[in-house]
Each structure stands twice: as structure tokens, then as C-alpha cells.
Design a protein around this ligand. Structure first.
Ligand SMILES: [Zn+2]
Ligand SMILES: [Zn+2]
Length: 64
């Protein structure tokens, strides 16, 4: 098997996939087939990162 390149994320595994967003070559571990992007792009387009949202959900019940 010829090695076309190394994963741009871990730089240790052979890149077998190409990110459909940034075009980076990534290995199987760092490729998200559900979106067709690398894990970095998949994380950016995914749900908001923890701490990024500011929901006033403290779980406490207020009463008058
Ligand atoms: Zn990798
Ligand atoms: Zn990407």
C-alpha cells in the first residue's frame, strides 16, 4: 500500500480521507463520515461548544 500522506491532525496515521470543508487529509480516526469533514471542521459546524452557550438554566425553582 502506497502512503499518500499523513493525517494532518495526528501526523502519525496514514491519511485515507479528505475533509470536504478544509480539504485536509485525515486518517480514519480523525474523519467524521457522518458529515464528511475532519473532526476539527465537524466540531466547528456541530453544536455550540460547551461554555459558548449562555442559558440561564440553573435548575433552581424560583417562587414568589
Ligand atoms: Zn489522525
Ligand atoms: Zn476539515
Amino acid at each position: 500500500m502506497s502512503v499518500s500522506g499523513l493525517c494532518t491532525v495526528c501526523e502519525s496515521e496514514s491519511a485515507e480521507y479528505t475533509c470536504g470543508r478544509c480539504g485536509s487529509l485525515v486518517c480514519e480516526v480523525h474523519y467524521d463520515p457522518t458529515v464528511g469533514f475532519c473532526v476539527e471542521c465537524a466540531g466547528e459546524i456541530g453544536n455550540s461548544r460547551p461554555g459558548d452557550t449562555d442559558q440561564p438554566d440553573d435548575g433552581d425553582t424560583y417562587r414568589f
